[in-house]
Design a protein around this ligand. Structure first.
Ligand SMILES: Cc1ncc(COP(=O)(O)O)c(C=O)c1O
Length: 392
């Protein structure tokens, strides 16, 4: 391994949301953070070098997108996901949540219904509500083998005012990498009812052994024409602060409408974000492969630790993403949420399951994107708090 992911980098004092806002958010200072989805690893060296070089040019005005940026994105998608896209299908946005809001505004009217499948990343349903559209929850079903989509429920939920479904693939927070058959069934239902599919694939580069990410739009020409895909290098290469993402829209009339929205709201690209994105997709592959091996080891560590040393907590299978979904219902925490319990007793910050909507109560989301010594310490804190709570 060339990159040493065990190195602890001090992020406090860098206006870092994950570390520096904990007191404000959780009411305590000396917590270890396993919450918001960014990682405590240094970006790949080629990205650091490209940014340094760009910064040394002292003019930071509006930027445009060189053909080489498009080429870097296109070849990444082909190489990593076997998805061949065309240059004109790409539009660049300043973040995926930003894109989701613009998508909702472009293709739906106030009062229309949009389906999401909780427990899911909260901005999916908050964006729907905040834009005056109606959220339709089609909760995932929890089975002994993990979560699955409720296709019968989906068919029942659809009515004449239902316009859109937002898919999370892979799914944050339950860690599923959707299989081809599942995506095909979902797409068949949406196509037959004229429901536009929006697929948030921001976590698609984090796929563990034995699984494969299938871009929803790559299923068939019909699905391609009915799907808007949101992606970004931000999770993959830990560049979230640079606000750079892209949307893939193969259908020309849908694309024209979205690009019109982008022009109207004045979305531009940041020169640093674009520089980092191109360097990442061109030169970041080895770093990512090493990171994936490291994260898979951390996932296995977490799984073994929870099973052997944290009674009453169960980890759902983590097929993709670096966000583990822990079932803490058996702990029987009362009087506060599980995350509040972990803040006050274990001094660790995690996302409470309730944030992810229906089905999240009693769960927490635990971010393993950190050096293993930190992960180990967090787990030992959790073990001690849980054992004390259970009187062991
Ligand atoms: C599914 C999903 N979509 C979008 C985002 C945020 O993306 P951005 O920072 O580009 O808005 C996250 C961040 O955790 C996420 O998990």
């Amino acid at each position: 391994m060339v990159h040493d992911f065990d190195v602890l980098i001090e992020r406090r004092g860098t206006d870092c949301y994950k570390w520096d806002s904990m007191e404000e958010r959780f009411g305590e200072r000396d917590l270890l953070p396993f919450w918001v989805a960014d990682m405590d690893f240094a970006s790949a060296e080629p990205i650091q070098r490209a940014l340094l070089e760009r910064i040394q040019h002292p003019v930071y005005g509006y930027s445009c997108l060189a053909p080489s940026v498009y080429e870097a994105v296109i070849s990444w998608l082909e190489k990593r996901h076997g998805w061949l896209i065309q240059r004109e299908w790409l539009s660049f946005t300043a973040g995926v949540v930003n894109a989701l809001n613009l998508i909702i505004q472009t293709y739906t009217l106030p009062g229309e219904r949009i389906i999401v499948q909780p427990p899911v990343y909260a901005p999916f349903f908050n964006s729907v509500r905040n834009n005056g559209r109606q959220v339709v929850f089609n909760p995932l079903i929890e089975t002994d083998d993990g979560y699955v989509m409720d296709f019968d429920g989906l068919e029942k939920q659809i009515d004449s005012r239902t316009r859109m479904l937002i898919l999370c693939s892979p799914h944050n927070p339950v860690g599923r990498v959707w299989r081809r058959e599942e995506l095909e069934r979902l797409a068949a239902i949406c196509l037959s009812h004229g429901i536009l599919m929006v697929s948030d694939e921001i976590h698609s580069d984090f796929i563990y052994s034995g699984h494969r990410h299938i871009p929803l739009a790559s299923l068939s020409p019909e699905v391609e024409q009915n799907t808007i895909t949101c992606m970004a290098p931000s999770k993959t290469f830990n560049l979230a602060g640079l606000g750079t993402s892209f949307v893939v829209i193969p259908n020309k009339s849908l694309r024209d409408r979205f690009n019109n929205t982008l022009t109207n709201v004045g979305i531009g690209t940041s020169p640093l974000g674009v520089t980092a994105m191109e360097a990442a997709y061109r030169h970041g592959e080895q770093w990512l492969d090493e990171l994936l091996a490291y994260l898979e080891g951390s996932r296995d560590l977490l799984k073994g630790f929870i099973k052997e040393r944290v009674p009453g907590v169960k980890m759902m299978e983590l097929e993709g993403t670096y966000l583990a979904w822990l079932d803490c219902r058996e702990l029987g925490i009362t009087g506060c949420s599980v995350s509040e319990f972990l803040v006050s007793k274990a001094k660790i910050a995690v996302n409470d399951g309730q944030w992810f909507g229906p089905g999240g109560q009693g769960f927490v989301r635990f971010n393993i994107g950190c050096p293993r010594p930190l992960l180990q310490e967090g787990l030992e804190r959790m073990e001690a708090a849980v054992k004390e709570h259970r009187g062991a």
